[in-house]
Design a protein around this ligand. Structure first.
Ligand code: C2O
Ligand code: CU
Ligand code: CU
Length: 482
C-alpha cells in the first residue's frame, strides 16, 4: 500500500494549476460559509413502510455550484433527491418525464424485480408522460448505497451527462454497528459537466468517443469543492458515488487513509485500509476517515489516472480527453481538534463465500468498426441488439463469468439486479471478499466473477458502465429463466 507523504503534497500544492483552483474554491467557500454545503436540498425517507414521492425529470436552468446552467435534473436539483428506505419497504415513485426526449429509471444495484413497473430498463416513457414505479425492497436486502439514473439505450450517456442521477440508500444492519452509527455520515456524489460560457451543454462530438465523454467541470454534490467537517467525535463516514458518464476518480485524501467498510453491494467483513481509491463509473465506496492528524483542512484529490494505452491510440483519437497530469481538488475535509474518540469498527458483516458455479461463461470485451455504423463496442464480437437474448441463465443458480478485455481501453463491467464477488484478476486471487456490481477490467486482463442469480426472473442487461460504450453497443440482454 502506498504511503501518503507530506512532501509529495507540498510539491503538488506549489503548482500553479492547483493554486488557481484553490483560489476559485476559496471564493465559493466564503460565499457559502454559513451553509452546510455537503447537505442535500431534498431527502425522502420512508415512513411506516412506505416511500412515496413525485419525481420529475426536467431540462431547465439551474444552479450548479456558483454557475447558472441549462441541465437535466430531477426535481430541480443536481444530484437528484436522496431516497432512503429499509428492507421490506414499499417504494412508489410518481415519475413525470418533462424532458424533450423519452427516458426511464433504473435502480442501480438494488435487488428488486426486473420486470413490470420495478427495475425494468425496457420501459420507454415518452416526453410529457407519467409513469408510476412501484416495488418492494426485499426483507433480506443488504444495507447499502445504490442509485437511480435513466437507462434508455442510446440516450443513457447523454442523459447522465446532463446531470440525471440520484442516491437510493437502503438502511440496515451496517448502519447499526455502533462505531459506524457514531460516525458523522456524509454523502459525496461525483459528476462532471461540459458547459460553454453561457452554461449550455457542449455537444458530445467535441468530447471523446473512445474513452467516453468527460467534462472539465467536476462537482461534488453539485458544488465545487464542498467542505466536510469532522465533528469532535473524530470519525467521518463518507459514502462516495461515481455518477459520471465516463470519468474515473482516483481519490486520495491528503495525509489520511480511507478505511473501506462497504462497496457497491454492501458491507465488507472488516474495514480495509487504503491510501488511494479508484472509482470507475457506477462504483461506490463507503469509507471511514479518522481525524488523527493536525487539525486543519485537507484536500480530497483526484489523482491522474491513465486509462488508455497511449502508444497504441495516439492522442488524436482522444479528442479533448487528454488525461489531466495534475491532481484536481474535489472536496475538503476539515476538523478543529485532533480526536479519535470513536474508534474504528473491527468487525462489520460477514461476506459468505458463494457455492461452486453450475456454469462458467466468457465475455470478451473489445471494440471495432461496424459497416454503416462506425465505432462500436462489443461483447463477444457483437454489438447490442434489443431483440437478441445474449445470455440465458437459470434462476437460483450460481455462475462464474470470465471477463476478458482483449482491447486497448478500460471497461467497467456492470450487471443489473444481482451483486457478484470478484474471485481473481489474471489468476491472482482478490485480497478480500466484497459484493460488487461494477468491476473494472483493464486491457489485457481476465477478471473472474461469481454471480448468484437470485429471486427475480425476467430479462435485464449487463453492460460497460462507460455509458458511451454502452450506447455504442457494449451491452447484452440477460434472461433469467424461472
Ligand atoms: Cu448504472 Cu445499467 O446501470
Ligand atoms: Cu445498473
Ligand atoms: Cu467500456
Amino acid at each position: 500500500m502506498k504511503q501518503i507523504n507530506r512532501r509529495k503534497f507540498l510539491i503538488l500544492s506549489s503548482s500553479s494549476a492547483i493554486a488557481s483552483l484553490m483560489a476559485q474554491c476559496s471564493i465559493v467557500n466564503t460565499q457559502e460559509k454559513k451553509q452546510n454545503f455537503s447537505s442535500y436540498p431534498q431527502i425522502n425517507q420512508s415512513q411506516d413502510g412506505i416511500l412515496e414521492l413525485d419525481l420529475t425529470a426536467n431540462f431547465n436552468q439551474i444552479n450548479l455550484g456558483n454557475k447558472q446552467a441549462s441541465l437535466l435534473n430531477y426535481n430541480g436539483q443536481i444530484p437528484g433527491p436522496r431516497l432512503e428506505a429499509k428492507p421490506g419497504d414499499t417504494i412508489r415513485i410518481n415519475f413525470t418525464n418533462n424532458l424533450p426526449q423519452p427516458t426511464n429509471l433504473h435502480y442501480h444495484g438494488l435487488h428488486i424485480p426486473i420486470t413490470g413497473n420495478a427495475d425494468n430498463v425496457f420501459l420507454h416513457i415518452p416526453p410529457g408522460d407519467r409513469f408510476t414505479y412501484q416495488f418492494q425492497i426485499p426483507e433480506n436486502h443488504p444495507a447499502g448505497m445504490f442509485w437511480y439514473h435513466p437507462h434508455l439505450h442510446g440516450l443513457v450517456a447523454e442523459q447522465l451527462f446532463g446531470g440525471l442521477a440520484g442516491l437510493f440508500i437502503v438502511r440496515g444492519e451496517l448502519d447499526e454497528i455502533p462505531e459506524v452509527k457514531a460516525a458523522s455520515e456524509q454523502f459525496l456524489v461525483l459528476q462532471d459537466f461540459a458547459l460553454d460560457e453561457q452554461g449550455n451543454m457542449l455537444p458530445s462530438q467535441e468530447l471523446s468517443i473512445m474513452t467516453g465523454r468527460e467534462g472539465n467541470l467536476i462537482t461534488a454534490n453539485g458544488k465545487f469543492n464542498p467542505n466536510f467537517a469532522i465533528p469532535a467525535q473524530g470519525l467521518l463516514r463518507l459514502r462516495i458515488l461515481n455518477a459520471s458518464t465516463s470519468r474515473f476518480y482516483h481519490l486520495s485524501l491528503e495525509e489520511h487513509s480511507f478505511y473501506l467498510i462497504a462497496t457497491d453491494g454492501g458491507a465488507l467483513a472488516e474495514p480495509v485500509e487504503m491510501s488511494e481509491l479508484l472509482l470507475t463509473p457506477g462504483e461506490r465506496a463507503d469509507v471511514l476517515i479518522q481525524a488523527n492528524r493536525e487539525p486543519g483542512k485537507y484536500r480530497l484529490l483526484n489523482l491522474p489516472y491513465e486509462r488508455v494505452g497511449m502508444g497504441m491510440m495516439g492522442r488524436g483519437m482522444m479528442g479533448k480527453n487528454i488525461p489531466e497530469s495534475q491532481p484536481q481538488v474535489l472536496a475538503t475535509v476539515s476538523y478543529e481538534t485532533k480526536v479519535t474518540a470513536v474508534p474504528l469498527p473491527t468487525k462489520l458483516i460477514p461476506v459468505p463465500a458463494l457455492p461452486k458455479p453450475e456454469k462458467v461463461r466468457r465475455f470478451q470485451m473489445n471494440h471495432g468498426m461496424i459497416p454503416d455504423q462506425g465505432m462500436a463496442f462489443l461483447f463477444n464480437g457483437e454489438s447490442y441488439q434489443s431483440k437478441r437474448i445474449d445470455t440465458q441463465v437459470q434462476l437460483n443458480t450460481v455462475e462464474d463469468w470470465e471477463l476478458i478485455n482483449t482491447g486497448m481501453i478500460h471497461h467497467p463491467f456492470h450487471v443489473h439486479a444481482n451483486a457478484f464477488q470478484v474471485l481473481s484478476r489474471n489468476g491472482k486471487p482478490e485480497p478480500y471478499r466484497a459484493w460488487k456490481d461494477v468491476v473494472l477490467v483493464r486491457p489485457g486482463e481476465t477478471v473472474l466473477i461469481r454471480i448468484p442469480l437470485r429471486d427475480f426472473a425476467g430479462k435485464t442487461v449487463y453492460h460497460c458502465h462507460i455509458l458511451d460504450h454502452e450506447d455504442l453497443g457494449m451491452m447484452g440482454n440477460l434472461e433469467i429463466k424461472a
